[in-house]
Write a protein that binds this ligand. Structure first.
Ligand SMILES: *Cc1c(COP(=O)(O)O)cnc(C)c1O
Length: 224
């Protein structure tokens, strides 16, 4: 199935009302599908695999914002550091420090989101509350020592994979609260403004719970 242009256009109309931004998740899809999406107006693409992201970036127009939404391995940061627009899934302090190091090498401040574990599944990645607090204490709160080449722009999370909407609702609500509390604690002008949550099957619930960046794959590009 090709890119669903009609669906994309009507979705972007809906999103205007809630001021929600959209990342079109193009992982595993061929370059032709991304070109179609680009023609329809998509400028924010999300990819999960470093190799695939690099190949696509080289072939497509330079005004695209590339979002890395997968699980990032430390040794691959340097491959995307020069161009990546936003890294969504930062789930350890170690990774944050490594991103900072790679940013420093090329003198580029790299935008990141901290991934928070909200789902019931053990397998989903993300920081727990303690780990988040530790990072805030060290690098974000007033009187901490910020990492110079990392800009922490907000939080990202994935809800449980379930048909029970109330569970998803509860998890997104929890992340929204953590986001608001964190923003409140920072208490000085920052760019900590992004709450990335919601995918094809749960973005409506995510938006209801304050998401301002949804990551949509299969609903636009078809099943993988
Ligand atoms: C694949 C993926 C998406 C998109 O999922 P769909 O259900 O296809 O919309 C969003 N976020 C992350 C982190 C993903 O890995």
């Amino acid at each position: 199935m090709a890119f669903q242009t009609e669906k994309y256009l009507s979705l972007t109309q809906d999103l205007l009302k809630t001021k929600t931004h959209l990342v079109a998740v193009s992982k595993t899809k061929p370059i032709q599908d991304l070109e179609e999406a680009y023609k329809a107006g998509v400028r924010d693409f999300g990819e999960n695999y470093v190799q695939e992201l690099i190949q696509k970036e080289a072939l497509l127009p330079k005004d695209i914002h590339w979002h890395f939404i997968g699980h990032l391995q430390s040794n691959k940061i340097k491959m995307i550091a020069p161009f990546v627009y936003l890294i969504h899934g930062v789930d350890s302090e170690k990774l944050l420090i490594e991103i900072n190091k790679q940013g420093q090498k090329i003198n580029r401040k790299i935008k990141c989101l901290l991934q928070i574990h909200i789902a019931k599944e053990e397998t989903k990645f993300g920081l727990d509350q303690n780990e988040l607090n530790e990072i805030l204490q060290k690098y974000l709160l007033p009187n901490s020592s910020p990492l110079e080449f990392v800009e922490i722009c907000g939080l990202m999370g994935m809800a449980s994979f379930t048909v029970e909407d109330y569970i998803v609702d509860k998890e997104f609500n929890q992340l929204h609260q953590i986001f608001n509390e964190t923003k409140h604690k920072l208490n000085y002008p920052t760019n900590f403004n992004i709450l990335s949550m919601g995918m094809s099957n749960d973005y409506v619930i995510a938006i209801k719970n304050g998401s301002n960046l949804i990551r949509i794959g299969s609903a636009l590009f078809g099943e993988r």
